[in-house]
Write a protein that binds this ligand. Sequence first.
Ligand code: HEC
Length: 277
Amino acid sequence: MLHIGVGGARWTPIAAWAIALASGFTAGCAREDARVHLERAAVIVDAVGAPAAAYFTVRDERTRADSVTGVSADVAQFATMVSPQPHRMPTSGGSRAMLMSPVATVPLGRTGQVRFAPGGHTALLYNLQRPLAVGDSVRLTVQLQSGRTATTTAPVVAFAELERVLADSGSMPPSGGTPSLVEGKALYRSNGCITCHGPVGYGDGVVGRTLVPPPRDFRDSLAFKAGRDGAHIAKMLVLGIPAGGNMPLYAHLSNQQRASLALYVISLRDTSVSDAH
Ligand code: HEC
């Protein structure tokens, strides 16, 4: 069994499929093609489920059918691709709920393009040779089914900067207003959180009671796998939980809406438990 140095036991299931799907580039037939472009690329560290994640757009000037079959990064021993898949659980208002699953290929669209973006197709980077920090850069390569490859240098950016860096125009995302508890509580109701986490977050919603592992009981912040502070909770709503159960993604909400949800989740915490640690 290959040793995967990406953390404790809870990463193991991810590591296992990562190995299965890790895209070994077949040196002989891979060839750089100037008509394939790897654009608007960025890497974040401390991704959910891997030490780093890469996002980018692949654009092929030819529009014949092709697919991304592998991603590699100079700093990572291996990389793998995950994509959101429709969620099987019935959730009220949660029709866009998706879960991340490993995929072997990601097809280019009819225009010869495909975008890897938060909450969508994601390349997870494992076994980093050196720790990465904001300001570093990573050499990324994608390989297509046709054997062609494209390479670019991607900056390592803060999670909050991602939308701006990946945006087509380079414009700032709408700044919106200030996150609030009131907004968080309303969103908790309108986004189906209640069906799983229950009316006040005990993890005892109608659907939640049927799930294994069960939905998080928000009173117990020590059980949070992806981080217990607001920034980590907001990020988890986009990227998911490492080796997570049926917690859907909420990448379609705005940054402000996710921050409001995080405020509300934190407000349901049992402070006598969290403060004791
Ligand atoms: C389909 C059921 C379902 C819905 C809907 C759902 N959750 Fe979850 N949630 C879960 C499950 C299951 C887990 C625990 C998964 C695990 O342990 O791997 C979880 C875990 C969490 C966690 C803990 C994350 C961590 O780091 O461990 C938070 C916070 C959370 N959910 C917030 C929300 C919010 C906010 C919403 C609504 C916007 C929501 N959930 C909607 C099922 C759901």
